[in-house]
Design a protein around this ligand. Structure first.
Ligand code: BGC
Length: 908
C-alpha cells in the first residue's frame, strides 16, 4: 500500500513536471506591478514565460479578470475571460471586458500554453485599481489657505481636517493632488512614500493626482488629516531671474478619501470649506534655494485627532479646474540609495564638510539634538576646488541651502519636503559639537523606474563610466528628464533628453516615464508645430524650434517604441511628430531649412583662446538639414508601423527632396562637407544624407579628422550619440574603441580619470590643471554625453532589438571585440525576461555566455574561422538539434536561437 502510494506520488510529481514546465510570472498592467490609480479604460496586460526548456514559445493564453478575489479563483462572474486565445503575444493584451469602474480594484490571472501545447498553471494574482474616470467623480473642492500669505518668504501652508467614523472600515482610498507640492499625513502617518508629488506636468493643461490605499491609516473613531503644501514647480522660482508663479500665485489642495465600510456603505471625506489652514515649521521652501524650517513653529500634534485648531484660519474654496486632472502614469519619485559620509573634514579655509563619495540628487537627513533656537545651515556642492575648498560658483543663482532651527528637548530629525539638491559634498555651519557619521545621511531621490540593464567589462575606467552614466540618469530623471539637477535650471531640456533617450532605455525601464513626458512635449508644442526648448515649457512660446532639441518629438517616441515595442506611443505622438515636420517645412525654402535660432552641436570641442583653428564648429543649418531628414525618416517609420500608406508616400518624397537640398548646399563636388568636423560627417552618415557612392570617402574623411586630433573626439551634444555608431556601421569599430578608451581630454574617460562619479556637462568641466570651466555653464551632472552607453550595450555587448519586431521580441546579438578589452558583459531585462550577452577572450578561445528569454528568438552573430571551431556547452555545433538555423559566411557564424542559456566557445 505504502509503495503504491509512493509510486503514485512519484508519478504525479513527474506528470506535474511534464505538464507544468512553463510558468508565468511578472504580471504587469500598463507596464506596472499592481498599479493603483489608473485612468485608462482599456488597460493592457503583459506577462513573462519562465522555462528552463530551450526554444520555449507561447502558443496560446487565457486571461481572466474579476472585481473580486474569491470570484477569480472560482471563475464566477468574471468581468472578462479571454477564453483560450491562440496567440504568441504576451505583452500589451488589451482589456476587453465590461467597462471598468472608477476607483474599483480588479484582480487578474493568466495561464499560457507553450509551443508543445502544454499548459502552465494559473499565474499568481495581479491587481490594478482604477483612478477617477470622470471629472465629476471628484466631490472634493480645491482649497487654498484662508489667511493672508506672507508674500516674501511664502511659508508652507498646512491644512487640517478631523472626522469620525463609527463603523468598521473595509477599505479606504485617498485621491490627492495640489497646485504646488504636497505631503499628506493621516493620524500622524505619512500617506505613501512618494516625494515631490504630484510631479511636474504642463500644469495649465494637466495635473496628475496620486491614489493611495489608506485603509491601514484610518481607524474607527476620531481621525485627523494634515497636509503641507510647498511652492514646488507650480509657483516656485524656475528658470532664471527669479521667475516665479509660472502657473499661478496660489497654492491649493484637492483631496478625497473614499471609505468603504463592512456594511457596504461608502463615505467620502473631501477638501471643502470645513477645513482649517495655518502655517507650521516650514518657513521657506524653493526648489533652487532650499528649505528653511523652524521647529519651534511646529504645531505639535496637528496631524492627530484632538488637536485644538480653533485659532487656525478657515480655507478659501477655489474654482480651479478639475477636468485637467489625470491619473499618474509614470512611476512617482521615491527614496532610493542611502549614503553615509565617507569623509568628514575641515577644508583649507576651515569649513566643516562631509564627502558622501557620490554626486547624487536628493537631500541630506540630519539627526541632531540641541537647544531651542540653535540654528544649523546645510549647503551643498558637487565638487571641491583645486585647493580643496567647497565650490558653489557653478550653481549660479541657486542658493541650495537648508536652514534648520531646533526646538530643543531631544533628537530632532530634519529632512526637507519640497526641495532637492544635486551634491556630493555637504557644508555644515552652526553644528554644535563633533559632526559624526550618524548625524548625516544622504538620500537619493528619483522616479522609481525599475533598473533593467547592467554593463561591465575588463576596463575599470569604463566600468566607472557606466556607473557615471547610470548616476547621471538617476539624478536627472525626477519625473521629467532634466538637463541638470543642481543649478538654477533643472529643466526638461529636449535636446539632452533626445540624445540620451536610447541609453536611458537600457539602464532602467523608462517606458511610462517617457509616455508621460512626451504627452507634455505635445501639449507644449506651439500651434505652428514648433517644439519647446524645455518641457514643461517655462521659457515661453518663443523658446522653441532649435534643431536637435525639437526633434525629441520624433526621436524619443521612436526610441521608446524600439525598446518596448509599444505601438501606442507612436499613435499618441503621431500628430505631434507630424506637426514638427510641418513647422520645419514652413520655415524652409525649396527644402532647405536655413533659418531660425539653433543651439547647434552644443559644447563641442573648442579650445580657448588661441586654438589655431582647432575648434570643431559645425554649421548649424547643415545640422538642421540632417535632423530634418532624420525626423522625416522616423515619421516614415512610424507611418509604416501604423499603416498610414498616404503618409509613407508623401514623406518619402519629402525626404528625397530634403536630402537633395542637403547635397546641393553642403556637399562639395568631391564629396566633402562644407563643415569639416566630426559632427558634420557623423550626422551626414548616420542619417544617410549622402548618396551611397559618397559614403566611403566620407568615412575616410571622418577617420582622418579623428586622427588629426590624435584620436580624440570633438563632438558636442548632437554629434556625440552617433559618433561610435557611425564608425561601427562602416567597419571602424577598432577606432570607436580607441575613442572610448581615450583617457586624455576630450574624451569620455578624461572626467573619469579626474574622479567624476557622474557625467559632466562639458568635456573639461575640470581642466587638467585642476581649474574649472566657466562657472556660468559647468554642471557636473548632465547626462547628454552619457549617450555613449547605448553603443556600449548595442555594439560592445551587442544586444539590440530587430526593428521589425521591436521591444526585443526578436533579438539581435552581435558583440564586437576589439583591442583594449578582454571581456564585456551586459544584461537587459525586457518585458520578455532577461537578455544576457557576455564575451571573454583568452589566447586560445573566445567564450560567449548568452541568455535569451522565453517567447523570443535571437539572431546571434559571432566571428569564427570556420564552423568546426565553434562549440556550445561542450558539443560541436552540428551535433546540436536545438538551434533553429546555423550558417557560416566570410568568417561569421549566424545562428537563429530560441530561448535558453547558451555557452559558446570559439577556438582561435
Ligand atoms: C542646458 C543644456 C541645454 C542647453 C541648451 C543649457 O543651459 O543645461 O543642457 O540643452 O542649455 O543650449
Amino acid at each position: 500500500m505504502k509503495n503504491r502510494l509512493l509510486s503514485l506520488m512519484i508519478f504525479l510529481f513527474a506528470f506535474n513536471c511534464l505538464i507544468a514546465q512553463v510558468k508565468v510570472s511578472n504580471l504587469l498592467t500598463e507596464n506596472l506591478n499592481n498599479p493603483v490609480g489608473l485612468d485608462i479604460i482599456q488597460p493592457r496586460f503583459s506577462w513573462q514565460l519562465v522555462s528552463d526548456v530551450r526554444n520555449t514559445m507561447q502558443s496560446a493564453f487565457e486571461l481572466k479578470v474579476s472585481d473580486n478575489l474569491a470570484n477569480l479563483s472560482s471563475n464566477k462572474n468574471l468581468i472578462w475571460n479571454s477564453g483560450k486565445v491562440l496567440s504568441d503575444s504576451s505583452v500589451y493584451i488589451a482589456y476587453k471586458g465590461i467597462p471598468l469602474k472608477s476607483g474599483a480594484k480588479y484582480y487578474w490571472q493568466v495561464r499560457v500554453w507553450d509551443n508543445s501545447g502544454k499548459a502552465s498553471k494559473w499565474s499568481e494574482t495581479a491587481t490594478f485599481q482604477m483612478g477617477f474616470l470622470n471629472a465629476n467623480d471628484w466631490k472634493a473642492s480645491w482649497i487654498s489657505p484662508g489667511f493672508v500669505e506672507d508674500t516674501v518668504l511664502r511659508p508652507s501652508p498646512i491644512f487640517r481636517k478631523e472626522f469620525a467614523t463609527n463603523k468598521e472600515i473595509k477599505s479606504a482610498t485617498a485621491y490627492i493632488t495640489a497646485h504646488g507640492m504636497y505631503e499628506a499625513v493621516i493620524n500622524g502617518q505619512r500617506v505613501g512614500n512618494d516625494y515631490l508629488t504630484p510631479g511636474w506636468t504642463v500644469y495649465n493643461k494637466r495635473i496628475q493626482y496620486q491614489v493611495y490605499d489608506v485603509s491601514g491609516l484610518l481607524k474607527k473613531g476620531a481621525n485627523a488629516i494634515g497636509v503641507t503644501l510647498g511652492s514646488g514647480w507650480f509657483r516656485g522660482s524656475l528658470a532664471w531671474n527669479d521667475n516665479k508663479n509660472l502657473y499661478g500665485k496660489e497654492l491649493a489642495l484637492l483631496m478625497q478619501i473614499e471609505i468603504s465600510y463592512t456594511d457596504g456603505s461608502i463615505e467620502s471625506i473631501v477638501t471643502d470649506g470645513s477645513w482649517k489652514s495655518s502655517t507650521g515649521s516650514i518657513v521657506y521652501s524653493e526648489i533652487y534655494h532650499g528649505e528653511t524650517v523652524d521647529y519651534r513653529l511646529e504645531k505639535t500634534g496637528w496631524t492627530l485627532p484632538a488637536f485644538k485648531d480653533d485659532s487656525w484660519s478657515g480655507v478659501k474654496v477655489q474654482d480651479f479646474p478639475k477636468n485637467i486632472l489625470v491619473g499618474t502614469y509614470n512611476e512617482p519619485i521615491k527614496k532610493h540609495e542611502v549614503f553615509k559620509p565617507v569623509k568628514i573634514f575641515k577644508t583649507p579655509s576651515g569649513e566643516q564638510v562631509i564627502d558622501f563619495g557620490q554626486n547624487l540628487v536628493g537631500f541630506v537627513q540630519m539627526k541632531v539634538s540641541g537647544k531651542a533656537g540653535d540654528q544649523i545651515t546645510l549647503k551643498f556642492a558637487e565638487v571641491l576646488d583645486k585647493e580643496g575648498d567647497f565650490y558653489i560658483e557653478n550653481l549660479r543663482a541657486a542658493k541650495v541651502t537648508d536652514v534648520i532651527t531646533l526646538k530643543g528637548g531631544g533628537e530632532e530629525i530634519f529632512e526637507p519636503k519640497f526641495t532637492f539638491h544635486g551634491f556630493r559634498y555637504l557644508k555644515i555651519e552652526g553644528f554644535k559639537g563633533e559632526v559624526k557619521p550618524e548625524n548625516f545621511t544622504a538620500i537619493a531621490l528619483y522616479s522609481a523606474m525599475k533598473p533593467t540593464g547592467t554593463f561591465s567589462c575588463s576596463n575599470e575606467l569604463i566600468n566607472q563610466l557606466q556607473h557615471n552614466i547610470q548616476w547621471g540618469q538617476r539624478g536627472n530623471f525626477l519625473d521629467v528628464p532634466t538637463d541638470c539637477p543642481q543649478r538654477d535650471e533643472r529643466l526638461g531640456w529636449t535636446g539632452d533628453a533626445q540624445a540620451f533617450s536610447r541609453t536611458a532605455t537600457f539602464n532602467m525601464n523608462v517606458h511610462n516615464f517617457f509616455v508621460k513626458w512626451l504627452k507634455d512635449v505635445a501639449l507644449d508644442q506651439n500651434e505652428d508645430g514648433a517644439v519647446a526648448f524645455v518641457v514643461p515649457n517655462v521659457l515661453g512660446k518663443g523658446a522653441v524650434a532649435s534643431t536637435g532639441w525639437a526633434d525629441v518629438a520624433t526621436i524619443a517616441p521612436w526610441n521608446i517604441y524600439l525598446a518596448y515595442g509599444d505601438k501606442r506611443i507612436l499613435e499618441n505622438q503621431y500628430q505631434s511628430m507630424k506637426a514638427w515636420l510641418g513647422y520645419m517645412k514652413s520655415k524652409s525654402n525649396n527644402y532647405l531649412w536655413n533659418t531660425g535660432f539653433h543651439f547647434g552641436d552644443w559644447l563641442f570641442y573648442s579650445p580657448q583662446p588661441d586654438d589655431g583653428g582647432r575648434a570643431a564648429l559645425t554649421d548649424k543649418y547643415l545640422i538642421a538639414q540632417c535632423f530634418w531628414a532624420h525626423s522625416t525618416q522616423l515619421l516614415i517609420n512610424a507611418a509604416k508601423v501604423l499603416q498610414k500608406t498616404e503618409d509613407i508616400t508623401f514623406y518619402t518624397n519629402e525626404l528625397n527632396k530634403i536630402k537633395e537640398a542637403f547635397k546641393n548646399e553642403y556637399v562639395t563636388p568631391n564629396g566633402g562637407l562644407v563643415s569639416s568636423t566630426q559632427t558634420a560627417y557623423v550626422l551626414a552618415l548616420q542619417f544617410d544624407m549622402l548618396p551611397e557612392n559618397l559614403r566611403d570617402q566620407a568615412v575616410n574623411r571622418l577617420v582622418v579628422n579623428i586622427n588629426n586630433y590624435e584620436t580624440h573626439l570633438t563632438t558636442g551634444f548632437l554629434g556625440t550619440p552617433y559618433l561610435c555608431h557611425v564608425l561601427s556601421r562602416f567597419g571602424k569599430t577598432d577606432l570607436a574603441y580607441k575613442l572610448l578608451l581615450q583617457e586624455t581630454y576630450p574624451s569620455w574617460l578624461y572626467p573619469v580619470k579626474m574622479g567624476a562619479t557622474t557625467i559632466w556637462e562639458r568635456w573639461d568641466g575640470i581642466k587638467p590643471d585642476g581649474s574649472f570651466q566657466t562657472p556660468g555653464m559647468n554642471s557636473f551632472n548632465h547626462y547628454a554625453y552619457g549617450a555613449i552607453g547605448d553603443w556600449m550595450y548595442r555594439v560592445i555587448a551587442g544586444i539590440d532589438t530587430e526593428t521589425d519586431s521591436p521591444g526585443y521580441r526578436k533579438i539581435r546579438i552581435e558583440p564586437h571585440m576589439e583591442k583594449g578589452l578582454t571581456n564585456a558583459s551586459a544584461n537587459l531585462n525586457t518585458y520578455y525576461g532577461n537578455i544576457g550577452s557576455g564575451w571573454k577572450i583568452d589566447d586560445k578561445k573566445t567564450t560567449y555566455e548568452i541568455e535569451i528569454p522565453a517567447n523570443t528568438t535571437a539572431t546571434l552573430v559571432i566571428p569564427a574561422q570556420n564552423l568546426n571551431n565553434v562549440s556550445e556547452s561542450g558539443k560541436a555545433l552540428n551535433s546540436i538539434k536545438d538551434f533553429k538555423s546555423v550558417s557560416f559566411d566570410k568568417g561569421v557564424v549566424t545562428m537563429l536561437l530560441g530561448s535558453g542559456k547558451y555557452n559558446f566557445v570559439v577556438a582561435q
